[in-house]
Design a protein around this ligand. Structure first.
Ligand SMILES: *Cc1c(COP(=O)(O)O)cnc(C)c1O
Length: 472
């Protein structure tokens, strides 16, 4: 009788897993403790990282704990302190410790929560998180909710549901028949629609050229009168994509007027609210979203303003049957329920997936309604503080109305100066932010999306930015 090699069988010993998890806890805690002071940018060069990480494929097993420590050390200089309080790049949230802990359990449990049968507890946690999200945002309780990788897939899923519904009304079953001979489908969006809406149109076989563009105003809001003009040229099935939270300015479209105009034409209204939708939780900001609850579908991110770890987006569709009609899956070899229990895969493009609703569940349970509102309100107040501080400086202009958490800044009299200040700030390392182009001109884009950003973080960052502007 031959015996198989047993190199990894000792990994079954409970002590083996425990020693690795203890190490992970230590390394993770050390990393989190370093966030307030470590340089925000990643200091290592590409060559340095390849030198440290790009090893030949090992021929066989080696000590897992040693590998773990060496690996974490090799990664460290290439890690961006984006979960820290002075990271303002793109629109990137941090992570609440409680959600991080929940995420660790998701990995330890290693469930495949596509079906109730594969993880009953995850299914119930997810249906509860879904209900809480609807209650918190004030959206229709009968809506379908899916937990996807991010707002890209939330936009995709919502537009798939929209495509299903508006074509069904025109007598066409798009899931069975496809689009090749379908009635023409019009997509209406502003020139400021996020690029992930464009991508969704590509994935859905609708095509970018099918989009009718509506003008936007100086803050990036869709112009409702131009929307009426565009809608009046259309016949047949139509979908309007509106936006809550422009990636540059944070501006929210006039959703009440957009919904009203779309209704007159029988069009579906989708709202891309990747971060802006969370403003609905704040008593002082909710008015910006007036009418948003009248739309047909919504896409948002939990990994941005709710500050759960990557990755987690949320799609919400008022007509749950259309949502399921677009995404639902049935097969004999799946142990599917009659419908009383939630099979998570019915609401998302993924089949197998991660229990990404679990960190959302625990974030909402630990924060409650006022805790979420506190994160939103504080981020907005910190954005205002940043704008006020920088705006006092001679030669610095704030380009947007800072209504939410986004600030656009311009330095001196040319694009070149603005780009130079951004490059200096990135290199200096006190904080990190990126550049953008706003209405044809270079701008610094500051996004405050982290629960831990406080006055001290803003003041220190504003000082660094001003120093970089005044001279090298
Ligand atoms: C971030 C963002 C997206 C894309 O979200 P991901 O989570 O990166 O997929 C879409 N729309 C808007 C307005 C965004 O800010």
């Amino acid at each position: 009788m031959t015996t198989l090699p047993m190199a990894i069988l000792p990994w079954r010993e409970p002590e083996h897993a425990a020693s690795l998890l203890d190490a992970a806890k230590e390394e993770a805690a050390r990393f989190l403790a370093s966030l307030p002071e470590r340089p925000v940018r990643a200091p290592a060069s590409l060559d340095e990282l390849r030198g440290a990480l790009s090893l030949p494929l090992p021929e066989g097993p080696s000590n897992a704990l040693e590998n773990f420590h060496d690996f974490v050390q090799a990664m460290d200089r290439g890690i961006v302190a984006s979960p820290g309080p002075r990271y303002f790049g793109f629109v990137i949230g941090g992570t609440l410790p409680v959600s991080l802990a929940a995420d660790w359990m998701v990995s330890a449990w290693d469930q495949n929560p596509g079906l109730y049968a594969t993880s009953p507890a995850t299914s119930v946690a997810e249906e509860t998180a879904a209900r809480w999200v609807l209650e918190l945002l004030g959206l229709p309780r009968e809506s379908g909710v899916g937990f996807v990788t991010g707002c890209q897939m939330a936009n995709f899923t919502a537009l798939a549901a929209a495509r299903h519904a508006v074509l069904a009304r025109a007598g066409w079953n798009v899931e069975d028949e496809g689009l090749q001979e379908a009635p023409p489908l019009a997509i209406v969006m502003s020139e400021e629609a996020h690029v992930t809406i464009h991508t969704a149109l590509r994935y859905l076989g609708i095509g970018l050229r099918r989009a009718k563009l509506v003008r936007s105003d100086g803050q990036g809001r869709m112009d409702p009168s131009d929307l009426r003009r565009v809608l009046s040229t259309l016949r047949g099935p139509a979908i309007v994509c509106a936006q809550a939270g422009n990636v540059n300015t944070g501006a929210v479209d006039d959703l009440a007027t957009i919904v009203e105009a779309a209704r007159e034409h029988g069009a579906w209204v989708h709202v891309d609210g990747a971060f802006g939708l969370w403003a609905a939780v704040s008593e002082t900001k909710r008015h910006l979203l007036r009418g948003f609850e009248l739309a047909d579908s919504w896409a948002t991110d939990a990994h941005k303003w709710l500050n759960v770890p990557y990755d987690c987006g949320i799609v919400i569709v008022r007509d749950a049957a259309a949502h399921r009609g677009a995404m639902g899956v049935r097969a004999e070899y799946l142990e599917q329920t009659a419908g009383a229990e939630r099979d998570e895969l019915e609401w998302v493009p993924e089949f197998s997936r991660r229990g990404r609703s679990v960190p959302v569940y625990l974030a909402l349970r630990a924060l409650g309604r006022s805790g979420v509102a506190e994160i939103v309100d504080r981020c907005c107040a910190m954005a205002r503080r940043m704008a006020e501080t920088l705006g006092k400086e001679n030669g610095v202009a704030i380009l947007n109305d800072v209504a939410l958490n986004q600030v656009l800044v311009r330095f001196g009299s040319s694009d070149e100066i603005t780009r130079e200040v951004i490059a200096r700030v990135q290199k200096e390392g006190t904080c990190w932010l990126a550049g953008t182009v706003w209405q044809g001109r270079a701008a610094m884009r500051i996004s405050v999306s982290n629960w831990s950003t406080d006055e001290e973080a803003i003041d220190r960052s504003a000082d660094a930015i001003v120093r970089c502007f005044r001279g090298p």
